[in-house]
Design a protein around this ligand. Structure first.
Ligand SMILES: [Zn+2]
Length: 148
């Protein structure tokens, strides 16, 4: 078995219930993602100390797109030439909107604004040290007993 390690260090936890890692300001409680390590994002706060917090594993689709161009870091290109894929901006209960690729096997046709998605960790690419993983958003289907 090869080791699976995050392609970007310190952005998310792994395991059966992975979660994004944000920071919580010790002075005002403002939550940031990616983690804040220098100054609080709250302009009215001068906090400089933060605690790591795990963010909600589920959120709702706020916006989505087919990525026709290469996204910014921490995106790591896995194919050359670049192959477009679906990206979702997901709003979490913390009030943050987190961009992520949509899980393997899903595309824009599976997304709808306001629909629930869940964080999953999938293999982004494999190098000599093993699998490198990244978080993705997976549409939550209505078949999980969540019928309204
Ligand atoms: Zn603060």
């Amino acid at each position: 078995m090869s080791d699976a390690t995050p392609a970007v260090e310190g952005w998310f936890t792994t395991g059966p219930e992975p979660a994004l890692i944000g920071s919580s300001c010790r002075s005002c409680g403002t939550i940031s993602f990616p983690r804040e390590t220098t100054f609080c994002k709250n302009p009215a706060c001068s906090g400089e100390e933060f605690d790591d917090v795990e963010l909600s594993r589920r959120g709702t689709v706020w916006s989505y797109t087919d990525a026709q161009y290469k996204p910014p870091a921490p995106y790591i290109p896995t194919s050359d030439p670049y192959v477009p894929f679906a990206l979702a901006a997901v709003e979490l209960a913390e009030g943050l909107v987190v961009l992520g690729q949509v899980a393997d096997g899903f595309g824009v046709a599976d997304l709808k604004v306001g629909n629930e998605v869940e964080l999953v960790v999938e293999t982004l690419y494999t190098d000599e040290t093993g699998d490198r993983t990244i978080w993705r958003w997976k549409p939550v289907t209505a078949q999980n007993g969540a019928q309204a």
